[in-house]
Design a protein around this ligand. Structure first.
Ligand code: SF4
Length: 439
């Protein structure tokens, strides 16, 4: 942690009590989950693996599965600087340079004896639940794991929103698969009978957490924004997008977090950063694309040092698009699980993504759009240049493009990214000044 004297003018030392309760609750949840995974087989529990977008966490909880999410393991390893070696091990084992680095980080971790991010051994999954929401890599990834462990796989095929909307037959198709394939398979593997009332109860908890998360993310409409909707939001979305949605502890986390953020709004305070509170908001941005994890802190610093706050990001919606009204609904449990999967950001077509970004720029009074294009993520990166041009045309706000990677430290060039960002901030300022002069 830097001293106050060394800090940029836009940042001041944190008030000691801020965010402490929510952060501690989250850390405890994550550590507990890794402990549960490590001990699952000794305690007679079965283990599921499933991906973040379109994850059916409430349903998996109905069968007492200990729940692992491979992308989360990869990013946790990335933040702890462990992923570089895993990726190189996977490449030496024959994986191409172009393969998604989450996959290679996961495969490398397996080759090293499945030591998870917290140092505990991750167990072999008993079931791979593939909820297919738009990324083809998901399918190949689980094929590789199935090949290695021979574990059972169940696939939920989620139709792509090619027309930009969810038609009733799309929802019915997903519900039919849940009833006829997914639930019977989960019953057989776990030995637990499905109880729809248990599912309803978890969904009630999900809804409370979803309401609070939306309030937290939308607090960025204030000036100054009390949160960073990209770097800070990574921490806010952690529990709800992973193994905790539907648990009372997750609802409690969001209740506490919302209280903390609402207090920041009342006090007119800016977002917390790793070096303290941002005191001067100079630029408000919308960001598209996932963050880089291996240099997460350095990357974030390039923004807050310049007084740039991200007021909204598409990445903070990758595990659920709650801000446009979707909520898990205990009165229509299977239908709402289907709608949740169908509505995932990765399952949206390009015009819908463009509409969403333009809406964010307008509603959050952003100065422009920044795209962080991930070298190895085809799902997010396809069409990003088109998104950039179209958003610029429709909003008149400047957009810029940088390229990094998720968990491969070889693809984060700090000097290049910093140069690009500094020129972008200058461009935003020049455009804003010109607009003021013209009025
Ligand atoms: S390609 Fe992108 S969306 Fe697909 S698994 Fe990799 S990081 Fe996730």
């Amino acid at each position: 942690m830097a001293t106050t004297a060394a800090m940029p003018a836009s940042v001041r030392k944190p008030a000691p009590v801020q965010k402490e309760d929510a952060m501690l609750l989250q850390k405890e949840l994550i550590n507990r989950n890794y402990r549960e995974l490590a001990t699952a087989h000794q305690t007679g529990r079965k283990v599921s693996a499933t991906f973040v977008p379109g994850n059916l966490n409430e349903l998996l909880m109905c069968f007492d599965f200990a729940r692992s999410l491979p992308e989360t393991n990869a990013l946790q390893n990335g933040m702890r600087k462990k992923s570089g070696k895993f990726i190189m091990d996977a490449e030496r084992d024959g994986q191409s340079e172009d393969v998604c680095t989450y996959v290679k980080a996961d495969l490398g971790m397996m080759m090293g004896g499945e030591i998870g991010p917290t140092g505990e051994v991750l167990p072999k999954p008993d079931i791979l639940l593939l909820s297919y929401t738009g990324c083809f890599t998901f399918m190949k990834w689980f094929e590789l794991i199935r090949h290695k462990y021979g574990c059972e796989t169940v696939m939920l095929h989620v139709p792509y929103q090619g027309e930009g909307k969810i038609a009733p037959n799309m929802r019915d198709y997903v519900v039919k698969q849940l009833k006829e394939t997914v639930i019977p398979t989960l019953e057989r593997i776990s030995g637990v009978r499905f109880d729809i009332d248990r599912l309803r109860q978890y969904m009630r908890e999900s809804q409370k957490a979803e309401d609070d998360l939306v309030a937290v993310l939308q607090s960025a409409k204030n000036r100054p924004s009390p949160i960073d909707g990209y770097f800070g939001a990574v921490y806010y979305i952690g529990p709800i997008f992973t193994a905790f949605r539907g648990m009372p502890e997750a609802s409690e986390y969001y209740r506490v977090l919302r209280q903390e953020i609402e207090q920041r709004v009342r006090e007119g305070r800016g977002p917390m950063t790793p070096e303290g509170e941002m005191t001067e908001e100079k630029y408000r941005l919308v960001v598209e694309g996932p963050p880089n994890w291996t240099s997460f802190r350095d990357f974030w610093k390039m923004f807050y040092d310049e007084g740039a706050v991200v007021v909204s990001s598409t990445y903070a919606k990758v595990g659920g698009l709650y801000d446009f009204g979707f909520r898990h609904d205990a009165d229509r449990p299977l239908e709402s699980l289907a709608e949740y999967c169908l509505g995932c950001y990765t399952n949206l077509n390009l015009p819908s993504r463009i509409d969403m970004i333009c809406k964010y720029i307008d509603e959050y009074q952003a100065d422009g759009l920044l795209i962080n294009s991930i070298k190895s993520c085809n799902s997010f990166s396809a069409g990003q240049l088109l998104i950039l041009r179209e958003v610029e045309k429709r909003t008149g706000k400047p957009a810029a493009f940088i390229e990094t990677d998720l968990v491969d430290p070889r693809y984060f060039s700090a000097a290049n990214v910093k140069n690009r960002l500094e020129s972008y901030f200058q461009m935003v300022k020049a455009k804003r000044d010109a607009a003021v002069a013209a009025h």
